[in-house]
Design a protein around this ligand. Structure first.
Ligand code: SF4
Length: 536
């Protein structure tokens, strides 16, 4: 449940010229549907142009069999969205189409760009029109701007990455190529899979690779740009990687339990969180129940650790998804009962431990506790398999402002009282990190230590008085440049690189006449790995 917390989006891309790429994307989006349920879209490149279909609604509502049959092509991207930055109407659905001279591109984005307002203002001042107020359109327009100056899409993407601040995983197509790129901290996830030979996919999670029969190859590296075309798969470092900051909330809640990250399934990690939670906050009870579905792995671990019975006390209505048909005021009063129902036969007369993945606003937990008491539970002890969420997220998760976060407004006893539980316990930040593979994480929503600088404009209205976020790193110099300054710098670098090439080509590197980005690819492809991934 995660208190109705929302991931912003799921993205998918496929290069497979002899396959039905639109249908493949459709099924991948269905696997990623949990990441966004407000709109869905697919764009297909057929060698001469790009076609897009998108609309508000679930993937199954947006696409018919006939729609997919009409979308032939060799390359496709897809997107499912829960929007936080900008408007939520049809225009904001993705993929976002734009043109660069005669070339049509389609872009799909997961994440949030913290400096998109400033960039948007600059682009508007430069005479570039906007249709939406989304950060994704800003990225698309910036790519167009820099591509026109540098004459290559790859340099356009690279220069755009030098200016963007925040968490992002993006996929982009033109008529004959697929691009995938990821923020330099690796905040938002993006993985690469292989369908056999030179057929490739990229996706937010590995569950989307499984559904189309692709084998996991590796993650798209932080700051990397991958390009896939008739020339195969090529990689270049768009911007230097920075301190690794994988979003730890993917581990707590967002990713599907059967997806895999750093060699471990999210199911296993969440089960470990339950064990650790039981060690940190033990309780004597008759039955451990999960808040379905996301609390299940941790509840299993909690029960196993304390040798307590584990059971089903709550049933979830799987078909109440985000919908545009709003309930009446009378039905809205039912709140969580629209989604969950208690099983009186199971919970009556019992001392329960109710395990959830997290407690964010607290309203859902409060209603579920009441539901269980109404069904006859004698005690309800609430346990959260993640630490207290005290700080807002700026990198692609809708946690709202700090005043909406229960743990920012109340101490533990006040929260227990508000929720109506007999006892309340949270996993510690150290405990959470101890359950996940040893890589770098963003855990700012628990600790207030932000990997990407949080600009002052957010401070005024997003944080409660007395809270001061810590920025772990200053943004790089290029993120503070104006668009014109960066364009001038790129031009200078291009000229210097061209002069260097004339003087001294590097030994063993075939330096072709061409743009610097092409040279960068040749340098990388000069040292081929031993795996089947020939061009990476
Ligand atoms: S602040 Fe929290 S939700 Fe946002 S990216 Fe960091 S870990 Fe994820």
């Amino acid at each position: 449940m995660a208190d109705d917390l929302h991931e912003e989006c799921g993205v998918f891309g496929v290069w497979a010229p002899d396959s039905d790429v639109a249908r493949m994307t459709y099924f991948a989006l269905r696997a990623l549907q949990h990441r966004g349920q407000e709109s869905a879209g697919i764009a297909v490149g057929n060698g001469s142009t790009v076609l897009v279909r998108k609309d508000l609604g679930l993937v199954t509502q947006v696409f018919s069999d006939a729609d997919l049959s009409a979308m032939h092509g060799k390359v496709a991207i897809g997107h499912c969205r829960y929007g936080t930055a900008g408007a939520k109407g049809w225009e904001s659905a993705q993929p976002h189409l734009s043109t660069i001279n005669d070339v049509i591109i389609a872009l799909a984005h997961n994440g949030t760009l913290v400096n998109f307002d400033d960039l948007r203002r600059e682009l508007i001042a430069a005479g570039i029109p906007f249709r939406t107020n989304t950060d994704s359109e800003v990225a698309a327009k910036l790519i167009g701007y820099f591509t026109q100056l540098g004459h290559h899409l790859r340099t356009g993407i690279r220069d755009t990455m030098r200016m963007l601040e925040g968490g992002y995983a993006m996929v982009l197509i033109r008529e004959n190529a697929l691009y995938a790129f990821r923020d330099p901290h690796g905040i938002r996830p993006l993985v690469l899979g292989n369908l056999g030979g030179q057929n490739w996919v990229v996706a937010s999670e590995t569950c989307a690779l499984d559904i189309v029969g692709a084998k996991f190859v590796r993650e798209v590296r932080p700051g990397e740009i991958i390009r896939i075309s008739d020339d195969g798969l090529k990689s270049q470092q768009g911007v230097e990687p920075r301190a690794a900051a994988n979003c730890i909330f993917e581990h707590v809640y967002f990713s599907r339990p059967d997806s895999v990250k750093d060699g471990s399934s999210f199911y296993l990690m969440r089960n470990r969180m339950g064990h650790r939670l039981a060690q940190e906050t033990p309780v004597d009870a008759d039955l451990v129940i999960p808040v379905p579905d996301s609390g299940m792995p941790a509840a299993e671990g909690f029960a196993a650790e304390l040798h307590l019975p584990y059971g089903t006390g709550l049933i979830k209505n799987r078909y109440v998804a985000r919908t545009f048909i709003q309930p009446t005021q009378e039905l809205r009063k039912l709140g969580v009962r629209m989604k969950l129902n208690a099983l009186p036969d199971v919970v009556r007369g019992k001392r329960l431990v109710m395990v959830d993945d997290s407690i964010v606003r607290g309203t859902t937990s409060k209603q579920i506790v009441q539901l269980l008491r109404d069904a006859g539970a004698t005690e309800v002890h609430v346990r959260s398999a993640s630490p207290m969420v005290m700080w807002p997220c700026f990198y692609g998760i809708d946690t709202g402002t700090q005043d909406q976060l229960l743990a920012a407004r109340m101490n533990l006893e006040e929260m227990r009282d508000y929720i109506g539980a007999n006892s309340l316990g949270f996993l510690s930040p150290e405990g959470l990190l101890g359950c996940c593979p040893k890589v770098g994480y963003c855990h700012a929503c628990f600790t207030g230590r932000y990997p990407v600088e949080v600009s002052k404009q957010y401070w005024n209205d997003r944080f409660l008085e007395g809270f001061e976020p810590t920025s772990l790193e200053r943004s790089p110099e290029t993120a503070h440049m104006s668009i014109e300054e960066l364009a001038a710098r790129s031009e200078r670098e291009f000229e210097e690189a061209a002069a260097d090439e004339k003087v001294a080509p590097a030994a063993g590197v075939a330096v072709a006449a061409g743009a610097p980005d092409e040279k960068a690819e040749q340098v990388e492809t000069g040292a081929q790995p031993e795996t089947g991934e020939q061009h990476v």
